[in-house]
Write a protein that binds this ligand. Structure first.
Ligand SMILES: NC(=O)c1ccc[n+]([C@@H]2O[C@H](COP(=O)([O-])OP(=O)(O)OC[C@H]3O[C@@H](n4cnc5c(N)ncnc54)[C@H](O)[C@@H]3O)[C@@H](O)[C@H]2O)c1
Ligand SMILES: O=c1ccn([C@@H]2O[C@H](COP(=O)(O)OP(=O)(O)O[C@H]3O[C@H](CO)[C@@H](O)[C@H](O)[C@H]3O)[C@@H](O)[C@H]2O)c(=O)[nH]1
Length: 461
């Protein structure tokens, strides 16, 4: 099938490349000429494992191209909207201006029977709003197909998703009810086109759920809200563990063994960041407020404040480890990206903490395997160093803030030779504390103080 993908960022570029790998003929459209030039050259404009290979394959087969011209979307039967929906600059709500603009630009290039299907994460009610823009073309089908991929595993998540969700007008009844006049209704039409797009996935047994627009919108928001809830729950527990002398890693391991709870998203530490969870829970909160559902509004407020509290808490522990003041201290931060295996620094907890320490007077050097280029121009008050070894030289305090494999695997003996003082704050609770302590390191985690206190007691005799 001929498909257009509008917006080629972390979501759209991966979506376009994977659709081409399934055999479709795809054009990716973006307003950013530099991004389009890179993608057209077969190179990903950001670090995402496996994407470069797919882009090169798509280019070689001639099935994948990129353009800044919306006119190039003409002739496609399916148009996926994948533009950003960031947090508004003036409120907690989502900024829908990119979606509105992309829909208006697409409008003149649509043909009778085309399907326009959104994948961006949107507040409930957005599809109806876009429907009013597309009302000028009643012969065009509208649907919503929220995306659940994670950065770092985006290619695999797109090719082997846990489920496909189709939001269609009138929901399941609209999609599958027989019409007395024998015509195919819009809901049925968009379901059939999506089924054709995802045929290889459906054949492989990926479940597909058809629902109405509001349910599709809420499935995505509620899923992210639940993931954020799990992370903030365990982070609140980590604070309780510190206060009570318990160990949160043991607590979460034991809780996670109960299949009703599960161990995923139960890793305590610095908390969540990125271009999705933080802005999506704030948008969810704003939606609940507009719909006057106080329980969800309050809930999201608590999840957000626990999450932001972890950043403040980490900066406070860092100061404590430097004897109460961090001014003038040489500090090395391991990690700038919001999580490992991505170069994305949107709302990065690691950079947030680094900035807090710099503004408290510390000399902060940040290192990251992939995100240095993204970071250094935006944060001139921080020093960036691509080599972890050079970044660690002379450090009086080391903070592990993004748990890249290469930082988890650091040798405490080798790092000990580089630093001035063997003190590490492992804000992701991933280091083998005993191994580091055996090399003379003072190790602090979040919610694992019990272990540190015990070691102090043992070494005190
Ligand atoms: N990043 C993820 O892991 C992920 C996963 C699932 C859902 N989402 C959702 O997908 C959407 C996109 O997220 P992202 O992370 O890819 O954002 P992004 O900022 O990486 O990409 C957005 C792209 O849209 C382009 N764009 C903006 N206005 C445009 C217009 N009028 N026409 C064409 N292109 C335009 C931008 O230039 C940019 O390349 C958001 O709603 C997000 O919440 C993201
Ligand atoms: O136990 C955990 C798990 C995650 N995190 C943090 O949570 C954030 C989000 O991680 P992850 O969900 O892996 O990354 P994203 O790529 O932001 O993906 C989320 O956001 C996407 C955009 O909506 C959705 O599509 C995905 O399903 C959803 O997982 C990161 O900062 C992680 O460090 C923790 O602190 N503890």
């Amino acid at each position: 099938m001929k498909i257009s993908v509008i917006g080629c960022g972390y979501l759209g570029a991966v979506h376009a490349a994977t659709l081409a790998s399934m055999g479709h003929t795809v054009v990716g459209i973006d307003v950013d000429p530099a991004r389009v030039a890179q993608l057209a050259g077969g190179r990903a404009p950001f670090f995402e494992p496996g994407l470069d290979e797919l882009l090169r394959d798509g280019r070689a087969t001639g099935r994948l191209r990129f353009s800044t011209a919306f006119a190039d979307a003409a002739g496609a039967q399916m148009h996926f909207l994948c533009v950003g929906t960031p947090q508004s600059k003036t409120s907690d709500g989502a900024d829908l201006s990119y979606l509105v603009s992309a829909s208006k630009s697409l409008l003149p290039h649509l043909s009778r029977g085309d399907a326009v299907v959104g994948k961006s994460t949107v507040p409930v009610g957005t599809v109806d709003k876009l429907g009013r823009i597309l009302a000028a073309r009643p012969d065009v089908l509208l649907g919503w197909n929220p995306e659940f991929l994670r950065q770092g595993t985006a290619v695999k998540d797109t090719l082997v998703p846990d489920r496909l969700v189709y939001g269609v007008r009138g929901g399941k009844e609209g999609a599958f009810a027989r019409r007395s006049d024998g015509t195919q209704g819009a809901a049925r039409g968009v379901t059939a086109v999506l089924d054709a797009v995802y045929e290889p996935l459906l054949r492989a047994g990926i479940p597909r759920l058809v629902c109405n627009f509001a349910t599709a919108e809420l499935i995505k928001s509620a899923s992210n809200a639940f993931l954020a809830t799990k992370v903030s729950f365990i982070n609140a527990m980590s604070e309780l563990c510190d206060a009570a002398g318990a160990d949160v890693t043991e607590l979460s391991e034991a809780m996670g063994m109960d299949p009703r709870i599960g161990n995923r998203y139960l890793h305590a530490g610095l908390g969540f960041g990125g271009g999705c969870l933080p802005k999506d829970i704030r948008s969810f909160r704003a939606q609940a407020q507009a719909l006057e559902v106080r329980s969800v509004e309050d809930w999201m407020g608590v999840v957000d404040s626990i999450n932001l509290g972890q950043r403040a808490r980490t900066a406070e522990v860092a100061k404590e480890l430097c004897g109460g003041s961090i001014a003038g201290r040489t500090v090395t931060v391991l990690g700038a990206a919001f999580k490992p295996d991505t170069d994305d620094i949107r709302d990065s907890p690691a950079l947030d903490v680094a900035l807090r320490l710099a503004s408290a007077g510390a000399h902060v050097t940040v290192t990251d395997p992939k995100a240095i280029n993204n970071s250094w121009m935006r944060f001139p008050q921080l020093r960036f160093e691509a080599s972890a070894a050079r970044a660690l030289e002379g450090a009086e305090l080391v903070l592990l803030l993004t748990e890249w494999a290469q930082y988890r695997d650091l040798s405490p003996a080798a790092v000990g030779q580089l630093v001035r003082r063997r003190t590490v704050l492992d804000a992701r609770n991933v280091l083998d504390a005993a191994a580091w302590q055996a090399e003379g390191w003072t190790v602090r985690g979040l919610g694992t103080n019990h272990a540190a206190a015990l070691t102090e007691q043992i070494s005190a005799g």
